[in-house]
Design a protein around this ligand. Sequence first.
Ligand code: SAH
Length: 349
Amino acid sequence: MEMTTSVYAMTTDDWARAFQERGFSLSGLHFWLDGLYKDSSLWNRHVAPNTLNSLRQDFDFDLPRISKFLKSEDGTVKFQMQFKDQLEVETVLIPFHKRYSICLSTQVGCAMNCSFCYTGTQGLKRHLKAGEIVGQYLKAYEWLLQNEPKALKPNIVFMGQGEPLHNVEEVKKAIEVFNDTKLIGLGRRQMTLSTVGFVPGIAQLKKFPKINLALSLHSPFDHERSHLIPVNLKYPIKDVMQAFDELPYIKSSFMTFEYLMIQDFNMKDDHAVALEALISGRKAVINLIPFNPFPGSEWKRPTETEVEDFRQKLVAKKLRVMVRSTKGDDILAACGQLKIDQQARNYVR
Ligand code: SAH
């Protein structure tokens, strides 16, 4: 059975078309949109009752339900969001400088099976629909405003559960809604999409609104990278870089290379040399992420000295480097730790 379209999967253009198809006057369109995203009391005053009834019947207004949340000592909040079919994903609200970032999931589970990632151990259950991706943002933001009424509109990172470019059409639609100035209105610098290097999806980015891009690189050597990210066997580093280079705006904007740091594995001199060969000459930032352990993981987190030594090796090669501070690891909300855990403790209401 075909599901009805979510109201949160519709851009202003889609709404204009829906109004026209139904013979509704476009003069009521902005009240309809403001009612949807800001204050639904506008509807009763400004939208004709037959218009309202008809739209209420034709579209799905559901938002995910927050089934649990955990608050970390550092202010990070991890939500468990439940959809109509009872499946759940995690969405993380992360304090970041003066603003929050919301880390969104794009799939229930993930098919990529990366050896260092907790989410991968659960396999792919299903793709999320655009309305479910936007819905996570709206629910997390609503929660934030209840707790901090003055909070600025959060930025987005597509770094939760799932590989966004494996669900490219729905993620694209969600980004169009986030980008739409009459709806959520996030600019290109406020959204970052991270990918394992899923080449068929990278080519599709040409059709997306502009956003920040990040590649989970983790090793400059194919044999090592394939060990960490099995999809690298199909799409090796050279193909991934070529796919990025074919994007029209890649030369004029900074791209992020995420680099997971694993003890005794990918932090040696020859890694720094090969990273220089791969990245120097590009507008790029390397984001170093110390491995976050999870129950049963085979890899080890480096010590702080090892992290600093590797950072210095890259700085010496004139590469731009940042170390990502770990947030929310006390509640398994940090990178790679997102998996619905039935025995989650410390849960606050
Ligand atoms: N599938 C996309 C989006 C997820 S982003 C991607 O892989 O890019 C999540 C980021 O956290 C990725 O850079 C991922 O490599 C990183 N990550 C995964 N597991 C991790 C772990 N255990 N410790 C630290 N970072 C991890």
